[in-house]
Design a protein around this ligand. Structure first.
Ligand code: ADP
Ligand code: MG
Length: 236
């Protein structure tokens, strides 16, 4: 299995943020993770990425145990996250931001710069590469975040509410961009998003979290017609 989260539980004091969570992602898939605010989605991502320590359970990536491994090692193995509320450094340029990611795997500055330029081009921001991040609008900043994450050359990309703050037309165009990352670069994606239409159109498979527990999983069609999900989350 490419990514396997097995009985993952995370406690913060008395609060159980993730309760026996099981998630599987196959290579090449886009998998969605949805659920109300506070359901434990970001906690799950932080556990996969090594920012949080699981209270119990295991996480495997490419059949290797990564539970409790340090973040930089997990990144070297091929998992990169864009975080909810995370921000690129405002004072440096778009090119410099993406270059920071590219140094992860490239030995020389020349190689890193070449790869950074490819990723900036991929998200369609070549004409803005010398702009300071603070001068980019929200849409451009989100694309810059994606380019910086891709510059680390992940095999699995974790996207945490990357579409938040975008207007519907921008969301549509971002959906296409994420699809392109998956199809053209072959990067597997685990995505948390509140825009259900977007996540349902992108994902091969969707997991639904509520109060830290997975209450349903399946194809987008299965999940959106599941009575438990409708009651808990979709407000039917
Ligand atoms: P979601 O991303 O689904 O909105 P989170 O994973 O951010 O949910 O949070 C799940 C629950 O865990 C929330 O009740 C939140 O307040 C709590 N929580 C998250 N991180 C911490 C932390 N570092 N310390 C204490 N409580 C936390
Ligand atoms: Mg969150």
């Amino acid at each position: 299995m490419f990514l396997k989260v097995e009985n993952a539980t995370t406690r913060f004091g008395g609060l159980v943020a993730n309760d026996n969570v099981n998630i599987e992602v196959s290579k090449g898939e886009i998998v969605g993770l949805i659920g109300p605010n506070g359901a434990g989605k970001s906690t799950m991502f932080k556990s996969i990425n090594g920012f949080n320590r699981l209270s119990s359970g295991e996480i495997y990536f490419k059949n290797k145990r990564i539970t409790k491994m340090e973040t930089y090692k997990i990144c070297k193995m091929g998992i990169t996250c864009t975080f909810q509320h995370a921000q690129l450094f405002q004072g440096i340029t778009l090119e410099e931001s993406v270059l920071l990611g590219a140094y992860n795997r490239r030995k020389t500055k020349k190689e890193a710069l070449k790869f950074a330029h490819q990723m900036i081009d991929f998200v369609g921001l070549s004409d803005k590469k010398d702009y300071r991040v603070s001068k980019l609008n929200m849409f451009e900043r989100k694309k810059a975040e994606l380019a910086a994450a891709m510059a680390t050359e992940p095999e699995l990309l974790l996207l945490d509410e990357l579409f938040a703050g975008l207007v519907p037309t921008e969301v549509d165009s971002f959906v296409e961009l994420v699809r392109k990352v998956n199809k053209q670069l072959g990067i597997s994606i685990l995505i948390v998003e509140h825009v259900l239409k977007a996540i349902m159109s992108l994902s091969n498979k969707v997991y639904v979290l509520e109060y830290g527990k997975i209450i349903a999983h399946g194809s987008p069609a299965e999940v959106t017609t599941n009575p438990t999900v409708i009651k808990a989350y979709l407000g039917g």
